[in-house]
Design a binder for this molecule. Structure first.
Ligand SMILES: [Fe+2]
Length: 205
């Protein structure tokens, strides 16, 4: 698997934070920590790789404030650095449903870029790391982890719903169920602070 070392990932994040500071950095950290914690209980996943992939999934934010084009920005940044597998996660993390129009945000990119994404998606099969980061992105706030249903509701209240919303929610819950089947327990058992972040006051909201 072609991914940066922990030190390289940390350097990429520090540089990106300087270019475009924001809560996305802490969110990214918790996506990484959630992925690491779940991977520690998974027989086939490497927990350090899981952390690095989660930590870098939104690295495209380095290019400035953008909507869904952060996926392409991250993909190109990591591809140019030679980290193809980490680059892949920058795209796949927004597709619990493999459909270009199923994402929660808006595609602020060109027709050619959309065609590229469409073709890219059609050529790959999601693996366990793709699915792990899709799930962890849906449970990580800048302040820590929360119940996936809370985060999905939060996104729906902010962005509205469309014909993909219910299938998308089912996809997230399906991924959660699959991982819980493999690790033999609730994901919330291995993610510390879920109760506080889900039911407590969150100054980041
Ligand atoms: Fe994210």
């Amino acid at each position: 698997m072609n991914i940066p070392s922990f030190e390289q990932a940390e350097a990429f994040i520090k540089e990106a934070q300087g270019l475009n500071p924001g809560p996305w950095v802490q969110h990214s950290f918790f996506v990484g920590k959630a992925a690491e914690s779940i991977a520690q209980h998974h027989p086939k996943l490497d927990s350090q790789a899981a952390f690095i992939l989660g930590y870098l999934h939104d690295i495209g934010r380095r290019s400035g404030v953008a909507d869904m084009r952060h996926t392409l920005d991250g993909y190109h940044f990591l591809t140019e650095k030679g980290f193809d597998y980490a680059a892949r996660i920058c795209i796949t993390h927004v597709f619990p449903l493999k459909h270009i129009n199923s994402v929660a945000g808006k595609w602020d990119c060109t027709e050619q870029e959309l065609d590229f994404l469409d073709e890219y998606l059609s050529k790959i099969e999601f693996d366990e790391y793709d699915r792990l980061i899709q799930l962890c992105d849906a449970i990580a706030l800048p302040s820590g982890y929360c119940l996936v249903e809370k985060r999905l509701m939060d996104v729906a209240l902010r962005h509205g719903v469309n014909e993909f919303s219910v299938p998308r929610w089912k996809a997230f819950l399906g991924i959660q169920k699959d991982f819980e089947g493999v690790i033999g327990q609730s994901i919330y058992k291995v993610l510390h602070g879920v109760v506080e972040n889900t039911f407590g006051f969150n100054p980041c909201e």
